[in-house]
Design a protein. Sequence first.
Length: 585
Amino acid sequence: MQRFCEVSGLAQPDVFHMNEGHAGFLGIERIGQLITAGESFETALATVRASTLFTTHTPVPAGIDRFDMHLAQRYLQPLADGTSRLAAGAPVARVLELGGEDDPQRFNMAHLGLRLAQYANGVAKLHGAVSREMFKDLYPNFDVAEVPITSITNGVHVPTWTRGPIKSVINSMAGGRDVATADRWENADAVGSAELWRIRDELRRELVERARGLSLESWEERGAQEAELGWTKNILNPDALTIGFARRVSTYKRLTLMLQQPERLRRILLNEDRPVQFVIAGKAHPADMGGKQLLQQLVQFADDAGVRDRIVFIPDYNISLGKFLVAGSDIWLNNPIRPQEASGTSGMKAVMNGCLTMSISDGWWDEIADDELGWTIPTVSNADAHQRDAWEAQALYDILEHEIVPMFYDRDSQGIPQAWVDKVRRSMSQVGPKVAAERMVRDYVEQLYLPAGRTARIAADLDRSRRFADWQQRVIAGWNGVAVTEVHNEVGNPTAGDDARISAQVDLGSLLPEDVLVEGVAGRVGEFGELENPVRLPMVPLGEGRYEVAVRTNETGEFGYTVRVVPNHELLRSPAEMGLVRFPG
C-alpha cells in the first residue's frame, strides 16, 4: 500500500493506494488504531474507506489470493487479544467478514481490498469492465454497469524503458517538450526514415549480441562444454525480422500458441529470403506447473525442429534483459486468452522503442487497437478452447506471413522499408503518449486521488464519520419501510425527440428525504422487456412524497421507464456500496 500525503502539490489528507499483493493490512491497522482510540468499528471502517483506493489486477480467479478461513483466523487472532503489532483492537470476526465470499471456508484478499476501499479501479478499460462483472456479487441489487469499479489504464516510465538511441527520436517527436507534460507527440516526421531505420537496426543488433552471450552462459551453466557451443555465436540474424515475447509465463498468456502448426511455423522461420526469428524470455511462478510445461514445450520444439537458432529462449528473465528485448524486437507478440490480460505493460515498453504490436484485442491494446498502428489477432468466441486456439493461431500465422513479413522486407533503393518505418512512426507518436506513466499518474490524480482526498478530508473529522456510520445503520434498519407506490408517465406515449414526464409517489417510512435519492430510470425496451442502456435522472421532490422528472426520448422503439430509490450521502461515492435499492412493487 502506498501513501500519498500531498496529491498533485495540493495539501490533502493521506490517500492510501493498495492492491491484491498486500490488500487491506494497513487498512486493518488503521481501523485497529481508531478502535483503540475509542471509535466503533463502523466509524473506523467509514474513515478508512473514505481515503482508500484499491487497484485490482489479474482478472483470473487463480490470480487472486484466497486463503483457508481457519488459516486467516489463526494469523489474525492476535488482533483479538491486542498483542498484534499489526492492528491491536481490530475485531477478528469483523475483519474476517471483510474478506468473506460465497465459499465460507475462503478468505479473499480482493474482497478485503474492495470492502476497505471506497475507490476501486482496473488497469485498462476492458479490465475495468471485466472486474465489474467479476465482483458484481459484492454489490447486490445493482446492474453490472453500476458496480463502482472504474479503470485507469497502466503506463510505463519512458526514460527507464527506452534505450539511448531512441530517446532522441522521442524528444524530437514531442517537439522538445517534456514527455511528462506532453499529451501528444505531434512531430511524427521530425526524424527522417533513414535515421529511424538506422536506429531500429542498431537496437536489433544489440539484442542479438546480448541474446548470443546470454545463451552461451546459459548452456555453460547447464554443464555444456565450450567446445560444443560454437553454434551459439551464430544464433539469430541481426538483419532478420525479430519477434519478442517476454513476460511472466502463465497458461492464459499462451506462450506456445505459435506452435499450433509446427510445420508452417518452421517454414516461416527458415525462409531464406525473408527469415523470421523469436527471442523469448520469461519466468513461471514456482507453483505454476502449467507455465513450466509451456517453457519446456517451446524449448523442445526448437531443438526437435532444428530451429534453435531461430527460436531462442533466454532464462533468468530480469529488468536488464527486458530493456534489450523491448527495444530490439521488431514485433511484440501478445496472445493471451481474451479477456484474461489485465493490461500488459511489456507491449507498452516495446512501442516506446519503435517496436510494432501484434496482439489479441485484450488489455491496453483493446482500447487502442488500430490497423494503422499495429496488427490485431482476431478473437474467437463461442468455441471450445482447442478450436479457439487453433483458429487464433491460424490468424496469427496469416497476419505474420502475409502482412508483417512482406512489409518488413519490402525495401526501397536505399534498403529502407518505407511502409514499415511509417507505421513505426505512427505507432510511436500516437500510442506513446497514451501509454506513458505520466499520463497514467495524471489520470490517477484527477480521477481518483483528488476525489479520495476530498472524502478523506470530510472523514478526517471523526464527528462526521461517526454521523455517517450512524446514518448507515439507520438507513439499513429503516430500508424495509421504503416503498414506491405509484409511477406514471404524465405525457402518455412519447415519440422520439419528445419529453416524457415521469412522476412517482414514494413512502420513505422512518427515513428522511435527504437520506435518499429518487431517480427516474428510462430507456428503450429490449427484446426481453429490459431497459437497454437506461439513463438515470434525479427526480425533483414536489412535497408529500411526490417526485417528478422530465426525460427526453432520443431513441426510436418502445419507451420504458421506472423509478428507484437509493441511499444518498456525501460520504457515499456510489449507492451500490450499500446494496440497497427500492423499485415499485
